[in-house]
Design a protein around this ligand. Structure first.
Ligand code: ATP
Ligand code: MG
Length: 183
């Protein structure tokens, strides 16, 4: 699954809707310190279901909602949509026939949150399962942040095994087995 487009509104420093188009090949994001480069990566991680505010460089989840600036009032909602192409057919069978998959996450200041796939409300679990074994998920290896290489090299064999299992495509089955045994 390849990212085609990201739409961000009300998330961190993005006030009005911003659409980022990803072309074939490598995309580089350039800009001065504090202009919002890392916020794009946070937006991607968040849309894919990140639950830990610290991994998004915040204290609480509310910190992802635009908190106001000298000239603008704070907003009441953050929304990030990621649009993936499904040309490689890697997505679960339920998405067969869809050329694009759109994953959306919304958070209101009231604390209420929503997840949507192709504009239909769904559970966080559905989003997590969608990305399992694709290497894309919030916990997988598609985002290599500062310190991650060192972390992988220094990890215990059991920890490193999680990455290998994700790459091999067995994460989904292990997760389902665990759920089944719990019931
Ligand atoms: P650097 O080159 O230093 O890594 P960067 O381009 O990665 O910079 P970011 O960390 O993405 O910059 O953006 C930081 C900016 O985002 C800061 O100006 C900060 O005030 C702003 N910001 C973060 N969260 C919010 C929020 N909830 N509301 C408004 N602005 C926010
Ligand atoms: Mg940065």
């Amino acid at each position: 699954m390849k990212i085609k487009r990201i739409e961000i509104v009300g998330f961190k420093s993005f006030v009005e809707k911003v659409t980022l188009d990803f072309q074939e090949g490598i995309t580089a994001v350039l800009g001065p310190n504090g202009c919002g480069k890392s916020n794009i990566v946070d937006a991607i991680r968040w849309a894919m279901g990140e639950q830990n505010a610290k991994h998004l460089r915040g204290r609480s989840m509310e910190d992802v909602i635009f908190g106001g600036s000298e000239t603008r009032k704070p907003l009441g909602m953050a929304e990030v949509s990621m649009i993936f192409s499904n040309q490689d057919g890697l997505a679960p069978p339920a998405f067969r026939g869809y050329a694009e998959i759109m994953v959306t996450r919304r958070l209101y200041r009231s604390g209420e949150s929503e997840y949507l796939v192709n504009k239909t409300p769904c559970r966080l679990k559905d989003i997590t399962e969608l990305f399992m074994d694709t290497g894309v998920g919030a916990r997988a290896y598609s985002i290599i942040e500062q310190g991650k290489i060192g972390m992988i090299l220094n990890a215990k064999p059991e920890e490193r095994r999680y990455l290998i299992e994700e790459a091999a495509g067995v994460t989904k089955y292990k997760s389902r087995k665990k759920t089944a045994l719990r019931k």
